[in-house]
Design a protein around this ligand. Structure first.
Ligand code: PEP
Length: 240
């Protein structure tokens, strides 16, 4: 199971202390089980965090990257190579909060290719708006995002897909189990069998409801992941 902690634009150096609780918990938790925890802090914390997490069961990822592999005159941007150089192993690409800032499916495709070339694993986010859901356009939207986002990418073993309905992010709403089950299968079939995670308002209270379906490979957790107690609770309840 994957648990991706997306810290978004939160956290300073003192936030790194909160990881100790999670590390302590993981020391004795299901030692032989495959459990993958990936913290994605703001870029400013990637280096100190990856130093802290060296030789632990937690990896570090970035929240976005530039589509260009080479250095260049791109003020404010970071190449995937630079992220790797400071300790990131993963990068989130296509998060709806960045799509809302103007990222297109084509740009996302370029970013994914560039990140993979640089040796990073990719957490590729897709999801529909509330209007699209109401208009029965969910599958059409996901199909387009997958088709263009994964265009000309033959080897997909280093890509994880996070299904994050936009109406669910930060709203407290989650999809109905039956609907989610169907969409996860839909995505898996159209992505060449990538791992598929769910993200959007996951918290200790609704995790048992989400766990009813057995075809999801893990969760991407935003707000709740900044609180180590909540994150530990989510992980624990996912294995009941
Ligand atoms: C996210 O933004 O990736 C996310 C899952 O957010 P939240 O859990 O806060 O809805």
């Amino acid at each position: 199971m994957y648990f991706i902690a997306n810290w978004k634009m939160f956290g300073g150096l003192n936030s790194l202390n909160s990881i100790h609780k999670v590390l302590k918990f993981l020391k004795n938790f299901r030692k032989n089980k495959k459990i993958k925890i990936i913290y994605c802090p703001p870029s400013t914390l990637i280096n100190p965090m990856s130093k802290k997490l060296k030789n632990t069961r937690i990896d570090v990822g970035a929240q976005n990257c530039h589509q260009n592999q080479n250095y260049g005159a791109f003020t404010g941007s970071i190449t995937p190579f630079m992220l790797k150089n400071v300790g990131a192993k993963y990068v989130i690409i296509g998060h709806s909060e960045n799509r809302q800032e103007g990222e297109t499916d084509r740009l996302i495709n370029m970013k994914i290719k560039c990140a993979l070339k640089s040796g990073l694993k990719v957490i590729f986010c897709i999801g529909e708006t509330s209007k699209e859901k109401k208009g029965n356009k969910t599958k059409q939207k996901l199909n387009r995002q997958l088709k263009i986002g994964l265009n000309k990418i033959k080897i997909k073993k280093n890509i994880i897909i996070a299904y994050e309905p936009i109406w669910s992010i930060g709203s407290g709403l989650i999809p109905k189990s039956k609907e989610l089950f169907e969409i996860i299968n839909f995505i898996r079939n159209r992505s060449g069998n990538c791992k598929v995670l769910y993200g959007g308002s996951v918290n200790p209270k609704n995790i048992s409801e989400l766990n009813v379906i057995n075809n999801v490979d893990g969760y991407m957790i935003g707000g709740a992941s900044q609180d180590p107690k909540k994150l530990i609770d989510i992980i624990k309840k996912s294995y009941i």
